[in-house]
Ligand binder design. Structure first.
Ligand SMILES: [Zn+2]
Length: 223
């Protein structure tokens, strides 16, 4: 686990953070893919975890959700707009472009449905973070934002990783994973308007170069 801010750690990955799982106080944020089984369970062993909260219900964030909640006997939380996907009433990532290669990969990452016992809405509080609805990449995408030190855990609103090289660099999520890139750009601007001091994305390392992030936001096409 790597400490990133007061009470916030990220699951260790080798050689670099690619699919992120955070522990914020005693709330686990996101659940990786099913390939992350041992990586997650080993690292949270002996740690107090009282809830699992998802930034959004895509296969690389909900992969281990059911197993972690079952093994640790903890509730699962996600935004209202992703509950149907998490509970199996609609397919996970149903709105993504039906590319057969992407589909096959995602299927191998995806975890089984599980009951959402805490439904999140705008303004709710999770581990001292405020829930901010930020759709575009997923219907139920949320940012967890802590006012005190302006730390933002932003899911896939942005990524700090190239999927081609896995090297760091702030980018929009790929269009083929995003049902409405224009809406997601509005969510990116929402993230920028929070004036974050540290951004913890779903993919890639922490974003500490906030001036660089702001430049990236300015470079985005207007709606
Ligand atoms: Zn993702």
């Amino acid at each position: 686990m790597k400490k990133l801010a007061a009470g916030v750690e990220r699951i260790g990955q080798f050689p670099r953070p690619m699919v992120n799982v955070y522990l914020a106080e005693d709330v686990l944020i996101d659940a990786g893919t099913t390939w992350y089984r041992w990586r997650i369970t080993r690292q949270i062993k002996g740690r107090k975890v009282s809830m699992l909260a998802l930034t959004h219900v895509h296969p690389d964030h909900q992969g281990m959700a059911r197993d972690i909640c079952r093994d640790r006997d903890i509730p699962l939380a996600c935004h209202a707009d992703d509950v149907d996907a998490m509970e199996g009433r609609v397919p996970v990532s149903s709105e993504q472009i039906p590319n057969p290669i992407v589909r096959a990969l995602q299927k191998s990452w995806e975890g089984p449905p599980h009951k959402v016992s805490r439904v999140l809405a705008e303004g709710d509080e999770v581990a001292g973070f405020r829930v901010i609805h930020a759709p575009g990449h997923a219907r139920g995408e949320v940012i967890f934002f802590r006012e005190d030190d302006r730390v933002a855990i932003c899911g896939d609103v942005i990524r700090n990783m190239s999927y081609a090289t896995t090297l760091a660099g702030v980018q929009e999520p790929p269009d083929f994973f995003t049902y409405d890139p224009v809406e997601n750009r509005r969510s990116i601007r929402k993230l920028a308007d929070l004036n974050p001091s540290l951004i913890l994305p779903g993919h890639g390392p922490e974003v500490t170069d906030i001036a660089g992030f702001e430049k990236f936001v300015e470079s985005l096409p207007a709606d």
